[in-house]
Design a protein around this ligand. Structure first.
Ligand SMILES: Cc1cc2nc3c(=O)[nH]c(=O)nc-3n(C[C@H](O)[C@H](O)[C@H](O)COP(=O)(O)OP(=O)(O)OC[C@H]3O[C@@H](n4cnc5c(N)ncnc54)[C@H](O)[C@@H]3O)c2cc1C
Length: 473
């Protein structure tokens, strides 16, 4: 049965390509528009209905069973996606030859739809953290590293994890990380712990990209770390447990706590070079940061769709009226519409800026969307959940799980505060120049007044002498 996915109502109803914001349209190729429409249809017709099937195929067994599951429906979707030409759209064409030939903006438009389903991103091989990890291999890997790890990742045969955060230190400041990495002949030996290693719960996760402290005595604290590729099955690696996310285990993907006990890795696995870990991490977290935001816009749009469906459900009429007849609900709908549209424009703007230069060039715009979009998503989800009453916080709608996932976005890839601080600091730096500009403008006003023979007069001056005589002071 086909899903009438274009029956979204309203005068804007039409395929995704007809709804691209005018501001972004000139940057989108015809090929991208066509692909965008295929992505929308694939997500709405195939992936969203399959989300619940996937969850059932993961099963309700033990942790070990859930994290060994590999739901067949996902492989079916991957095959279909490839037959539709939907594969690896995330690798931006101006930086990588291995991708599908789209810009960040074009992929951003597609990623919005992927964000409406739990499994769509993986079905088209555009799922985190593999996307960022593939960028690391493509950008910094040697030919041998690319063949060994990038190729199977690009084919969607294996999965990967990125290991930076550690349980015992405040890892939002990555100079704090402590995992030791000492050279022994041709090998590096790693000891320590990582946690929140997303994707490492999955039995298909074969490669870890690990940041550790290789040069603790380097006077430059940003040159003390290195990134190294560690095959997941190296002796001494123990995936100790997975961490829950507000009660959800995100199986079989998972967020793992991992121990490294004398893990020996050949020096040929070093990424870019000793002491260049920060360079790798900063390169990795560029476009990947906006991928989350792009998907979150789609998640917010889905939350609004569920919200609108509920307030127009004739079976559920509190106090004899559809919820949509209650003004307070309409105000919440309007607020959600405004906020989602604003968030989308901010994300697309950041994507255009990344396309024009690189992630560094778009630092401000990336930080803006990192803060704006997850907060928008959470606000919209909260309103939608409220409209559903008890059902909104239960397993009967996708909203509660989406909220739990959305809430992590304010922490993942650096908490809000870090981006705010960076934004605030950079804005504040403009203060000195602005002070000079404002002073110069005031000075010119005084000169113009003088030239025009006008004596400056404060229109609100009172000069009321309340007793005695006005002081000459
Ligand atoms: C679902 C999920 C998936 C993740 N996936 C990965 C992954 O794949 N790989 C990986 O390495 N890590 C991953 N992380 C970890 C994530 O990157 C870190 O949790 C994050 O960087 C914060 O580090 P921390 O947890 O050590 O918190 P801390 O550094 O201890 O910070 C705690 C809090 O302090 C506050 N804070 C921090 N800095 C400032 C500041 N400058 N000013 C004011 N307040 C501040 C913030 O409120 C912050 O939340 C994931 C986390 C989650 C929740």
């Amino acid at each position: 049965m086909s899903v009438p996915y274009l029956m979204t109502g309203g005068k804007d109803a039409g395929p995704a390509s007809t709804r691209i914001p005018p501001i972004a349209r000139p940057f989108v190729s015809d090929k991208a528009k066509k692909t965008l429409d295929i992505v929308e249809k694939f997500v709405e017709e195939d992936c969203i209905p399959a989300d619940a099937v996937y969850a059932q195929q993961v099963g309700h067994g033990s942790t070990k069973e859930r994290f060994s599951a590999h739901p067949p429906i996902l492989e079916d979707l991957k095959k279909k996606a490839q037959s539709l030409g939907l594969w690896n759209m995330f690798l931006p064409k101006n930086h990588f030859k291995e991708g599908a030939g789209f810009s960040n903006l074009e992929y951003g438009l597609m990623a919005e739809y992927l964000g409406k389903s739990d499994i769509a991103s993986e079905a088209v091989n555009c799922a985190a953290p593999d996307t960022g990890n593939m960028e690391v291999f493509a950008k910094y890997g040697t030919e041998q590293q690319k063949r060994q790890w990038l190729d199977p990742l690009l084919r969607g045969e294996i999965r990967s994890a990125f290991l930076m955060t550690e349980p015992q230190v405040a890892s939002s400041d990555a100079t704090n990380i402590e995992m030791s990495m000492k050279q022994d002949g041709d090998y590096w030996v790693l000891n320590g712990q990582k946690w929140w290693s997303s994707g490492a719960g999955d039995a298909r996760c074969k490669i870890f990209i690990v940041m550790a402290k290789s040069s603790p005595n380097n006077p430059d604290k940003y040159r003390q770390q290195s990134v190294i590729f560690v095959p997941a099955d190296t002796q001494g690696v123990i995936v100790r447990r997975v961490l829950g996310v507000i009660g959800y285990d995100h199986a079989p993907h998972g967020h793992a706590q991992i121990e490294f006990n004398n893990v020996r890795v050949h020096k040929s696995n070093m990424c870019l070079g000793e002491g260049r870990g920060f360079e790798v991490v900063q390169g990795r977290l560029g476009p990947g940061r906006i991928h989350h935001a792009m998907r979150s816009v789609g998640a917010a749009e889905k939350a609004l769709e569920w919200f609108l469906a509920r307030i127009n459900d004739p079976a559920k009429k509190p106090f004899g009226q559809l919820l949509s007849n209650h003004g307070i609900m309409l105000e919440r709908v309007a607020r959600s519409r405004i906020e989602i549209d604003a968030a989308r424009l901010a994300v697309l703007n950041a994507a255009i800026k990344v396309d024009e230069g690189d992630a560094k060039f778009a630092l401000k715009e990336i930080a803006e969307v990192k803060v704006l979009v997850p907060n928008t998503l959470l606000d919209v989800l909260d309103r939608a959940m409220q409209a559903y009453g008890g059902a909104g916080v239960s397993q009967d709608t996708p909203l509660a799980a989406m909220w739990a996932n959305g809430r992590t976005m304010r922490i993942v890839d650096g908490p809000d505060e870090v981006h705010m601080l960076q934004l605030g600091r950079n804005e504040a730096k403009r203060g000195g120049a602005l002070l000079k500009k404002i002073r110069a403008q005031q000075e010119k006003t005084r000169r113009l007044l003088g030239e025009a023979g006008i004596e400056w007069e404060d229109r609100l001056a009172l000069n009321r002498v309340m007793g005695g005589k006005e002081s000459k002071l």
